[in-house]
Ligand binder design. Structure first.
Ligand code: PMP
Length: 455
């Protein structure tokens, strides 16, 4: 079919996620038709370096035949069966065992879901159920952070801290509080980064006092906030949060949907920051995005209570542990181990990206260039010396993102923060290309802005 026909049918029938429908109808969609390695191709013949690994998920890159084989073999053998009613099947069992072996030692159970959002719905219900079984039914409050992203279902968006999402389709789930995020460039530049990291941890402690420890069930956070702008916390933040949590009996939920499976150079972001979570929602990189699957890794404290105190947990999904998705995830984890992907991020390609990405910090439009493992961000500013932002109305981030696409690079923008999260298998040459294209996009953005008076 011709591009224009796809575009027209898309406009007429397809409501996209997180989209302004009127604007999209005017501009038209990009039709992505195929992909290999770190490149996607569109219907107009463009080859585009996918600096976002799809949506932070195609960790092994596109075109891995082994994953295709794993799916088709499993679909021939057993395309579907559920894990309700005392049933299970080999791919779900093997995946559960493998995941628990890779996870921190105290995490020995997993609850499967179809996505990261469903994983966080599961988290919400599981932590409240845990405390009820412990005889503390008042422990219901969950503390999250402003600008966090935990999914788009009702529980996911309520746990998340995105004000525009809360404003649509509410009210949100009760008894969820949000504390300040450790976003130094965006909100903390009155203090030194390390002092700011401690201030954010102190805000968590203050909120625990306000709500009363006896009412607080859990604290949930991403190791590095992804959708909120690739927010890498100051080094002081996680140790200070750890200290706070050690003083109270509150569960720690670390959302590993983006940071899990090697993105920060460890199997889980928790390991990078030395955290011992009670629960870890996962998804995305679990299957490199080839098929939809998520889950919640459950630490022994919570699992023991759920199992020993008994009673049915009234929760689950038709596709919990779907055989084909589980088979692909299992193969994905096998390949990651065989190819030492996590070690490569930690010791080789992560440090290389860090070195190359930092050079973009010299660009006049960039107030900060930061990265960790295979996540990076650029803060676009109007005045580099004063690190002054552009007026929001200029939409500079989106302008830069569109220029990137035209030049052959996917970078995502949130406000005026540009983000990358490329496949973990990206080569050094491809990193060089990514950085070169990002630099050209910054030049072109600066050129287009130069003429505008309000800058
Ligand atoms: N948690 C985090 C940290 C995420 O980044 C996302 C997705 N971007 C989710 C949860 C939700 O995952 P899904 O889109 O698979 O529902």
């Amino acid at each position: 079919m011709k591009t224009e026909i796809y575009r027209q049918l898309d406009r007429e029938h397809h409501l996209h996620p997180f989209t302004d429908y009127k604007a999209l109808a005017e501009e038209g969609s990009r039709i992505v038709t195929r992909a290999e390695g770190v490149y996607i191709h569109d219907s107009e013949g463009h080859r585009i370096l996918d600096g976002m690994a799809g949506l932070w998920c195609v960790n092994l890159g596109y075109g891995r035949e082994e994953l295709v084989e794993a799916a088709s073999e499993q679909m021939r053998q057993l395309p579907y069966y559920n894990s309700f009613f005392k049933s299970t099947h080999p791919p779900a069992v093997k995946l559960a065992e493998t995941l628990c072996r890779l996870a921190p030692a105290h995490m020995n159970h997993v609850f499967f879901t179809g996505s990261g959002s469903e994983a966080n719905d599961t988290v919400l219900r599981m932590v409240r159920r845990f405390w009820a079984l412990e005889g503390k039914p008042d422990k219901q409050w969950i503390i999250s952070r402003e600008n966090a992203y935990h999914g788009s279902t009702v529980a996911g968006m309520s746990l998340g801290g995105m004000a525009p999402m809360h404003a649509q389709g509410g009210p949100t789930v009760p008894k969820i509080a949000h504390v300040r995020q450790p976003y130094w460039f965006g909100e903390g530049r009155d203090s030194e980064p390390e002092a700011f990291g401690r201030e954010c941890a102190a805000a968590l402690e203050a909120r625990i006092h306000e709500l009363g420890e006896e009412n607080v069930a859990a604290f949930i956070a991403e190791p590095v906030q992804g959708a909120g702008g690739a927010v890498i916390p100051p080094a002081s933040y996680w140790p200070a949060v750890r200290d706070v949590l050690a003083r109270y009996d509150i569960l720690l939920v670390v959302d590993e949907v983006i940071c899990g499976f090697g993105r920060l150079g460890e199997w889980f972001g928790s390991q990078h920051y030395g955290l011992e979570p009670d629960l870890m929602p996962v998804a995305k990189g679990l299957s490199s995005g080839y098929l939809p699957i998520g889950g919640v890794l459950v630490g022994d404290r919570v699992a023991d209570t759920l199992i020993e105190r008994g009673g049915e947990f009234f929760h689950g999904f038709t596709y919990s542990g779907h055989p084909a998705c589980a088979a692909v995830a299992l193969k994905n984890l096998e390949l990651m181990q065989a190819e030492a992907i996590v070690e490569r991020v930690r010791d080789d390609i992560g440090p290389y990206l860090a070195k190359r990405w930092a050079t973009l910090g010299e660009h006049p439009l960039v107030g900060e260039a930061r990265s960790l493992g295979m996540v990076g961000a650029l803060e676009l500013v109007a005045d580099k010396a004063a690190a002054r932002r552009f007026p929001k109305s200029l939409g500079v981030g989106n302008l830069c993102r569109d220029i990137c696409f035209d030049l052959g690079l996917v970078m995502r923008s949130v406000g005026d923060t540009m983000m990358i999260s490329p496949p973990l298998v990206i080569t050094r040459d491809e990193v060089d290309e990514l950085v070169r294209l990002a630099g050209e996009a910054l030049d072109e953005t600066a050129r287009r802005l130069a003429g505008r008076e309000s800058v």
